[in-house]
Design a protein around this ligand. Structure first.
Ligand code: IYR
Length: 253
């Protein structure tokens, strides 16, 4: 219980996640009853290949850093589209695919997003976060000024769909939407990294509803993540952090 209640706004209640048993008098499954099952096509790599590929993936993944200083250089729209396609391959509860990705390159919308975020973040830093939190953040040198929101060529906002409305106006339950969208976000970050671009994993506090309305997303959706995406600024710096070693994170039994 680290955070004051007021910061927990949109994340707070998971009661709509559909993870609890819900009585439904409808015995039609959401997916087709006669859904076809087909053979899985798979080529098995050799053990050497497994090791080599795992090492190569680690090399790419471990080079990822959270970047707060972006170049204004444009990124092709097609790259963003491919990255989002990758994120959309995430597994989801009952294949409900409970995510919407909003990719913003329009400068005016980026400015409007920055205004919303900076207004709330100033309050967060000055009042809502509390002394311990701001003290813990000091080494990262963050503050409420978020230039990257107007400088980065793209902002990707990830919304989780708590539920959706089917063809006959029926509410479709999105099982495990929180977990499904979190996994999609992980794939999104990795796709950005693997492509050769950089991003910042940001979760603007208390901004969810205002950003949702700005972007015309329905009330069934909640903002999960806001990612500026682009190239790093030439003089971008990162804190010199070290990651836990394998022995600190892996328990082998
Ligand atoms: N969301 C704020 C504060 C912040 C909080 C944590 I925990 C971080 O690791 C980094 C920043 C901001 O973006 O400034």
């Amino acid at each position: 219980k680290g955070e004051p209640e007021s910061l927990n706004d949109e994340q707070g209640s998971d009661e709509n996640d559909g993870e609890h048993l819900v009585e439904d008098d409808d015995d039609e499954p959401a997916l087709p009853k006669d859904l076809e099952h087909v053979l899985y096509v798979y080529t098995r790599p050799s053990e050497e290949e497994l090791i080599q590929r795992a090492r190569e993936f680690y090399r790419v993944a471990s080079a990822r850093r959270t970047i707060r200083f972006f170049s204004p250089d444009p990124v092709p729209k097609e790259v963003i589209q491919e990255i989002v396609k990758s994120a959309g391959t995430a597994p989801s509860g009952a294949h409900t695919e409970p995510w919407t990705f909003v990719a913003v390159s329009d400068p005016r919308t980026k400015t409007a997003i920055r205004e919303i975020v900076e207004k709330e973040e100033e309050i967060n830093y000055k009042k809502r976060m509390g002394k311990k939190w701001t003290t813990d953040l000091q080494p990262l040198r963050t503050d409420w000024i978020k230039e990257y929101l107007t400088i980065a060529p793209y902002l990707i906002l990830v919304f989780k769909q708590m539920y959706s409305i089917g063809p006959e106006g029926k509410r479709k339950i999105h099982y495990y939407n929180e977990m499904s969208v979190s996994i999609a976000c992980g794939i999104l970050l990795t796709a950005i990294q693997s492509t050769g671009l950089v991003t910042l994993t940001s979760t603007p506090l208390n901004c969810g509803p205002a950003l949702r309305k700005l972007l015309n997303r329905p009330a069934s959706e909640k903002l999960t993540l806001l990612l500026p995406v682009g190239y790093p600024a030439r003089d971008a710096t990162v804190p010199n952090l070290r990651r836990k070693s394998l022995s600190e994170i892996l328990v082998e039994i």
